[in-house]
Design a protein. Sequence first.
Length: 397
Amino acid sequence: MNRPARSAADPAAIVAALRQVLGTAPRPVALHEPLLGPEEQAAVAAAVAEGWVSTAGPAVARFEAVLASLLGVPHAIAASSGTAALQLALEVAGVGPGDEVVLPALTFVATANAVAYRGAHPHFADVEPGTLGLDAAALDRHLDAAAERRDGRLVNRATGRRIAALLPVHAFGLPADAGALAAVAARHGLPLVEDAAEALGSTRGGRAAGTQGLAGALSFNGNKIVTTGGGGALVTADADLAARARHLAATARLPHAWAFDHDRVGYNVRMPALNAALGLAQLARLPALLAAKARLHAAYRAALAGLPGVALHAPPSGVTANHWLNVLLLDRPDAALRDAVLAACHAAGLHARPAWTPLHRLPMYARAPCADLAVTEALAARIVCLPSGPRLGLALP
């Protein structure tokens, strides 16, 4: 029995639908730009006037306290970038040279780079369509097949290397199923470290993304929902882990009134106070930013409803997403059609983007161990990320 062919997505119709939401702008519409105003200007000016512009000063501690309170965790350590925070988290979680860390192939390259900075190896696993994050059930089966316990350690049978941690990513601001992944991690004796770089304000089952594992890392880069210009943070409920991370981030200097003594190789990855001052003003805006982005998501959904061959990805039940990037999904993998949609958007001044190139395709990670990545490959050929800056949502009723 022959089934009728599905209608393919029409790039021109997609652009027309997006223009219903975004209107006609005198300049190109960026994928994601920060919303900055007088409050941010005043906060930075005050830091300059007070002379607190480097890593010392009260703004950093205030930023950490406010962030920790927002996320419902006792400890936050501000860092110079999300990547630095993730590298710190992996180190204090026990990941070292020669280890493997399991992470999705559908993520920004910084996730794998943080592993490589530890001298460790990414081990790529597949994602599931509902959250675009790691598929817990598939991962559990993969670890059963690919790994075994030797002398109390989980070891990759093929490489002989220790698998040292599980590193899920809350991609596009969508919370992965951290509870199910934590159960997989516990079953296999692995610490769970969360890459929540894109997910500030996202929750699952009432818990903030990045707070269910041993540690989480967030980013405050200029393209994130809250920005400090450049910056990140490690968050954790573990007081000892927090103290070790804070010590490492500050060059591992031993406390003393004037002496400069250090007890190990540390890093200079503390967040400057100037960035923290900007971040405090941004954190105060977070409820308004989340509301604006929710309005934009709802407007996109209404405008795109009924278009053949395409749909706006929706968070699954029980999930509150920050809608960092709105993900448009073609109904089937078709890289040529995806690129035609991207070309039409750019020709109209809409700076849409594809998903990141799956990391196992990049030359430096092409020989990394992998699970079956069929869903990752299919999604990469289906995803178009739409302009998603909060200013776009604020302009809507």
